[in-house]
Ligand binder design. Structure first.
Ligand code: CUA
Length: 339
């Protein structure tokens, strides 16, 4: 299997990667066509209309037909490029399938951590089932720098930013080991900040999911570039047993959150967790805000930033520094699970 343009493009490992390639090939084709057209016309005109003895240059002011043509055709072309580009962008970045499996990604100098809903945590290896939509919730460790998760075979890339969550999704259809890069210059070991995406067929996925030892799938190169084959912990079964949400529930107990926040909808000093995720809440200043990962995170670390209506006398201290990124991910999963 080879990517387009004689293998200069990496292998497209998802349907979206293929549609990205189709758009790219169209753009490339348009560029080649106009390059040849313009250069050929230029050469012909240079020869045909060069200065010659006894020939008088014509004084041409305009040509309405030509001007209309070179306005309408490019306008049509850029509109096609815009609409096509928007469709691919929308499908890649906005239309996240509702049934996507969520994996939390924490970047730090210089490694990647992947947290699964079942509580498993992998370093520098992201294991996913074939053809299953996977949503990544990406952040960078607090007080770290910007990183960027880049999977060339899937044509996707998203910044990992300290202090906020970004999302990305994909459904990989090529079983194998794919390269993940950091695509944001982040210091000395930036070029070593590598990880592997391991796409398993449904059978191997079931084995891995239950902690069994899997057969490592083949390495799928990036363009002409080979991927180092040494792999460590893809057959890991560590941390099975406690889901991320359960870990979050444990954390809100040991950190004392439950003194002021209930999980059954009853009103204590602070708002209850029950059923808030994915819904809007009204704030004390009358505006509304969607309860998502970024809002929960902000409300834990800097509670005074957005105060829910009816809780103006909030006395919650800021919890910045008391949770690390992985713990915050667990608490978010817990709050999400309190329906
Ligand atoms: Cu992280 Cu470059």
């Amino acid at each position: 299997m080879k990517g387009e343009l004689g293998g200069t493009l990496p292998i497209p490992a998802s349907q979206l990667a293929q549609s990205w390639d189709n758009l790219y090939l169209f753009l490339f084709g348009v560029c080649v066509f106009f390059f040849v057209l313009v250069v050929a016309a230029m050469v012909v005109f240079i020869i045909k209309y060069r200065k010659q003895a006894g020939r008088q240059a014509a004084h041409i002011t305009h040509h309405t037909g030509l001007e209309v043509m070179w306005t309408i055709i490019p306008t049509f072309l850029v509109l096609v490029i815009f609409v096509w580009g928007w469709i691919v962008y929308r499908d890649m970045h906005l239309n996240v399938p509702a049934d996507a499996m969520e994996v939390k990604v924490v970047a730090q100098s210089w490694s990647w951590t992947f947290q699964y809903e079942d509580g498993r945590t992998l370093t520098n290896e992201l294991v996913v089932p074939q053809n299953k939509p996977v949503k990544l919730l990406i952040t960078s460790k607090l007080n770290d720098v910007l990183h960027s998760l880049y999977i060339p075979n899937l044509r996707i890339k998203k910044d990992a930013v300290p202090g906020m969550y970004t999302t990305l999704w994909f459904a990989a259809n090529v079983v194998g080991v794919h390269q993940i890069f950091c695509a944001e210059y982040c210091g000395t070991s930036h070029s070593n900040m590598l990880a592997k995406l391991i796409v398993l067929d449904p059978e191997q996925w079931e084995i891995w999911k239950w902690g069994g030892k899997i057969q490592m799938p083949p390495v799928v190169g990036v363009g002409g570039m080979a991927i180092p084959t040494e792999l460590s912990a893809a057959d890991t079964s560590k941390n099975l047993g406690t889901s991320l949400a359960e870990e979050g529930k444990r954390l809100v107990q040991v950190k004392g959150c439950v003194a002021c926040h209930s999980d059954d909808g009853s009103k204590r000093i602070g708002p209850s967790y029950k059923g808030i995720f994915g819904h809007e809440v009204e704030l004390s200043n009358g505006t509304k805000v969607m309860v998502d990962e970024n809002y929960i995170r902000e409300s834990i670390l800097t509670p005074q930033a957005k105060i829910v209506k009816g809780f103006e006398n909030l006395i919650m201290p800021p919890y910045a520094g008391q949770f690390d990124e992985k713990e915050l991910n667990a608490v978010i999963d817990y709050i999400k699970s309190v329906k």
